[in-house]
Design a protein around this ligand. Structure first.
Ligand SMILES: CC(C)(COP(=O)(O)OP(=O)(O)OC[C@H]1O[C@@H](n2cnc3c(N)ncnc32)[C@H](O)[C@@H]1OP(=O)(O)O)[C@@H](O)C(=O)NCCC(=O)NCCS
Length: 376
């Protein structure tokens, strides 16, 4: 066995992949060769879903058919039995735990659950991508003592999610911002949750199981959970005038500042600028400019003092908060988008599968002599 290893698998290449390319020095991110900056400007989340699963941009006809299936009530709706299960959960259950439980339960209602063929996995991925927003919105309504809102097939995934949360059609800017956020979170190479999903898929387990693994990994504050921690920081800081002193003290106390730093990027995460711009526009539209003002001051100080730069999680929460979305729903929203990347990676893993089973360098005791219980 090799006597060298990389803690946290840093820079270790574990497989080839055709899905996503990150240039950590230039700050570039490509999905299937397309720069996310171009996709943000010209594409839609629905088209990005197609691109990630099928490897190329769809024709107009294929895109229309794909959007129609993804938007139909039949694909989006939850079984009444599943809604009944949600009602049994304590209202204080964190939304990310509801997502983990809900996706696991959704497999019991999926007609393709045990079928691992590519065709069945794409069908399951379509259903899960369409059902997750319904699940997240339904839980938000149920925990507030309200009835879930039925999906509206005339709205795209972003607009429909915001509609199902409040029962009202969102502003064009809110719907556009949400669509861009979904595009930007859809995939990110071998991040922790995607790797977890691939490890599960590599045992020839099914899509739902792989996605549940991904959700468990995404939940942690070093990964997707960071967006919630950023908003808690903003709330604690309170006003832009207090931001500089607060962050200087946090750095002096050697605190880890959420929304900064990355295992791969050495410059600002290319996704952050889009979310900063949109969160700022939404702040102006909704009179909540202080979120971005606080974050900009924090970013200036952290970048100057630590040479650590904003990642995707710094500004997303500010945009969601302007839409009136509670902080503990930010990571479930991340999952609503990343489910697409996880599914693309499960398809790729199943297409060229080998069990993922690394080794550990053993550092425990050698050759101990067993002492019977009554002589210890
Ligand atoms: C993303 C992250 C986990 C990557 O971690 P990593 O590659 O393992 O890097 P390390 O944790 O080893 O950090 C390397 C150095 O940078 C510092 N650092 C990294 N991110 C930091 C942050 N957000 N705040 C303060 N210091 C940070 C570490 O303290 C460490 O400094 P040291 O060498 O003096 O001890 C890390 O940057 C982090 O915890 N960020 C905050 C959580 C977050 O926003 N996650 C979302 C990622 S998209």
């Amino acid at each position: 066995m090799s006597d060298t290893f990389k803690e946290g698998l840093e820079d270790v290449v574990v497989s080839t992949s055709d899905i996503c390319f990150i240039d950590g020095r230039q700050g570039r991110l490509l999905y299937r060769g397309y720069d996310v900056d171009d996709l943000v400007r010209q594409s839609s989340f629905e088209e990005v879903v197609y691109l990630l699963w099928h490897g190329s941009l769809p024709s107009r006809k294929d895109l229309d058919a794909h959007v129609k299936t993804l938007s139909s009530t039949a694909t989006r709706k939850l079984s009444p039995k599943l809604v009944g299960m949600l009602k049994l959960l304590p209202k204080k259950t964190p939304p990310m735990e509801v997502v983990r439980t809900g996706v696991s339960a959704l497999s019991a209602f999926d007609p393709d659950a045990a079928d691992n063929s590519r065709e069945a996995t794409v069908r399951k991925a379509l259903r899960l991508t369409a059902q997750l927003p319904t699940l997240v919105a339904a839980w938000e309504r149920l925990r507030r003592g309200k009835a879930p809102v039925a999906p509206n097939p005339r709205l795209n995934l972003a607009g429909n999610f915001l509609y199902m949360l409040s029962g009202k059609k969102p502003s064009d800017l809110a719907a556009k911002t949400f669509d861009v956020a979904l595009i930007l979170h859809a995939d990110h190479e071998f991040n922790a949750s995607t790797f977890a999903a691939r490890v599960t898929a590599a045992t020839l387990s099914d899509l739902h199981s792989a996605i549940v693994s991904g959700i468990g990994a995404l939940k942690g504050p070093l990964h997707g959970g960071a967006n919630e921690q950023v908003m808690r920081m903003v709330d604690e800081i309170g006003t832009p005038a207090k931001a500089e002193a607060w962050i200087r003290k946090a750095l002096a106390d050697k605190a880890r500042v959420m929304g900064f730093g990355h295992r791969v990027y050495r410059v600002e995460d290319p996704r952050a600028k889009h979310l900063r711009r949109l969160a700022s526009e939404l702040g102006q539209q909704t009179g909540r400019t202080h979120y971005v003002e606080i974050l900009n001051t924090v970013a200036k100080v952290v970048s100057e003092e630590k040479k650590i730069f904003p990642n995707v999680d710094l500004y997303s929460g500010a945009a969601y908060a302007c839409m009136g979305i509670p902080t503990d729903q930010f990571t479930p929203i991340f999952a609503m988008s990343r489910v697409v990347g996880w599914a693309a990676h499960v398809l790729e893993q199943h297409a060229h599968n080998r069990l993922i089973r690394p080794r550990a360098e053993y550092t425990g005791p050698q050759r101990q002599t067993y002492v019977p219980t009554d002589r210890r």
